[in-house]
Design a protein around this ligand. Structure first.
Ligand code: PEP
Ligand code: MN
Length: 368
């Protein structure tokens, strides 16, 4: 199996581009005027190296604007010659790949819906064999890191060495103000699976609304991501797709000026030793936390035995409700949010129920 973990060359192609890599441009290419006007304003900021634009648009329902198609590739060629920006487009099938390569597109990206389908990814990987094209793979719609890394591996196996991942959030099953839930733990897991793979954040598709973009972009930078892809349109109010989440080039400039770029280490005197002391405290607290959880599970087992002998059910709703309300109250006093305490207890409770079920079922099968 192709493992990306120890392939240190994944980063090479990225190093020539500015760091962090800023990709900006409209959700969709709509007209030659819109593509060129937006590109020139973006190029004038002097901070963007890659111009993105959807040419073939994956829409949820047919009948919406599905992109201009091949003709738009010529407009992107003009962007390249007139501004010097590199060009990136989304490809979803072999025909798109051929057309994009013929039009000299610099970077291809794979959309979230396509990454979700291994057949499509394999088809794309097969037709990219022999080309040295940089490929950026968006996360699949569902939070499955294996599917994401699997898509990257398919490209690597086909000889694509210039790879990057794009984190654009995951389909929200719960109500949320964001269009897609970031689930930051997933790109972090991907990074730990492929240390040298650049991961870029797409705050536009996570946010769904311009209001939330700066906060998400800053978080991505604080997590040491390698760059940002931000949808930008010279006049978002007339955009044919993703109107609410596109910034104007001016707003993009402000956002990039306001971003704080922190480095992953510091040369300040004593930085490492202060950090080390704080980390030791965390290590010790984590150890205590796990020891306490283990003690709790042992008590849970005792309760399971006791309930079993007395033929009482595992779930005692009143008791559970009381646990939640008292712990949430205590948590608030201790500066912990209700959401955090509830989630933590739900996890602990689920494990406790499982432990009790094991105890009780063992006892009752022995009794038989
Ligand atoms: C896009 O980048 O415009 C797009 C369609 O994104 P995603 O694949 O992340 O939905
Ligand atoms: Mn879009």
């Amino acid at each position: 199996m192709t493992k990306l973990k120890n392939i240190s060359t994944l980063n090479n192609w990225f190093q020539n581009l500015s760091e962090p890599l800023i990709i900006a441009g409209p959700c969709s290419a709509e007209s030659e005027e819109q593509v060129l006007k937006t590109a020139k304003q973006i190029a004038d900021l002097g901070k963007v190296s890659v111009y993105r634009s959807g040419v073939w648009k994956p829409r949820t329902r047919p009948g919406n604007f599905e992109g201009i198609g091949e003709d738009a590739l010529q407009w992107l060629k003009s962007v390249k010659s007139e501004t010097g920006l590199l060009i990136a487009v989304e490809v979803a099938n072999a025909d798109h790949v051929t057309k994009a390569i013929n039009a000299d597109v610099d970077i291809l990206w794979i959309g979230a819906r396509t990454t979700s389908n291994p057949f499509s990814v394999q088809e794309l990987a097969d037709c990219l064999k022999g080309y040295d094209k940089p490929i950026m793979v968006k996360n699949p719609i569902n939070p499955d890191v294996q599917l994401w890394v699997g898509a990257l591996e398919r490209f690597y196996k086909a000889g694509v060495t210039k790879l990057a991942a794009i984190h654009r959030g995951f389909y929200p099953f719960e109500a949320t103000t964001l269009r897609n839930i970031p689930k930051w733990e997933i790109p972090i897991e991907l990074k730990s699976m492929c240390h040298d793979l650049p991961i870029i954040c797409d705050p536009s598709h996570i946010a769904g609304n311009t209001e939330y973009i700066p906060e998400i972009a800053q978080k991505a930078m604080d997590l040491n991501m390698a760059g940002l892809m931000i949808e930008t349109h010279y006049d978002p109010s007339i955009a044919l797709s993703d109107m609410l989440q596109q910034l104007t080039p001016n707003e993009l400039g402000e956002l990039l000026n306001d971003l704080v770029f922190r480095s992953s280490s510091s040369t300040n005197d004593g930085f490492e030793s202060v950090l080390e002391t704080l980390r030791e405290q965390i290590d010790s607290i984590d150890t205590q936390m796990l020891e306490l959880l283990s003690q709790r599970m042992n008590v849970v087992k005792d309760i399971g035995n006791y309930k079993s002998k007395n033929e009482v059910t595992i779930l005692q709703l009143r008791r559970w409700e009381k646990i939640i309300s008292t712990r949430v109250k205590l948590g608030k006093k201790l500066g912990l949010t209700e959401e955090f305490v509830k989630k933590l207890l739900q996890l602990v409770h689920k494990e406790s129920i499982q432990r009790q079920a094991e105890v009780m079922n063992k006892i009752s099968s022995k009794d038989k």
